[in-house]
Design a protein around this ligand. Structure first.
Ligand code: AMP
Length: 143
């Protein structure tokens, strides 16, 4: 199974924000888009970084509530590790696990084409395992 197939089901929408926007604006967008991460981009849409719920918890605890008024670009992780639409799901899951993060921007030949979370990948793998188990049951029962 390829990451491209996950995006085909999930869609290609990516929530993006300029680095000068505030942490509060980033969080408000994350809540309304129902996502756990935002890509921070420049005016030409080039990716500068990623800001996730984990970053929000970290900066709130270390800096207090006033951090919500500061630029999200000050708190993002720069140059996020990307994956390709043509990568396999197990390869991307293992990369996420090795790096201890749960989100990855996805690129194809034309550029950024989506973002996947560990949740997308795990739920897809579970569906696939359930389907395979069902097929095995049907095979065993039929024979
Ligand atoms: P997450 O588990 O995705 O909420 O992220 C945990 C930490 O890793 C946060 O500081 C994120 O900014 C950072 N992070 C998330 N995704 C990536 C990525 N693809 N590349 C580099 N850092 C990331």
């Amino acid at each position: 199974m390829l990451v491209a197939e996950i995006l085909a089901k999930k869609g290609n929408k990516v929530f993006k924000i300029l680095p000068a926007k505030t942490v509060m604006e980033a969080v408000t967008g994350m809540v309304s888009f129902k996502v756990g991460a935002v890509m921070v981009v420049d005016e030409r849409d080039a990716i500068l970084g990623i800001f996730t719920e984990r970053d929000l918890s970290r900066v709130l605890v270390s800096r207090g509530a006033s951090v919500l008024d500061s630029p999200v670009g000050d708190h993002m992780t720069r140059n996020p590790v990307p994956c390709k639409a043509s990568d396999t799901v197990p390869a991307v899951m293992s990369l996420m696990s090795r790096h201890h993060f749960r989100h990855m921007p996805v690129f194809d030949d034309k550029g950024l084409c989506g973002i996947v979370s560990i949740r997308d990948l795990v739920s897809n793998s579970l569906e696939r395992a359930e389907f395979e188990a069902e097929m095995m049951r049907a095979y065993v029962t039929a024979s």
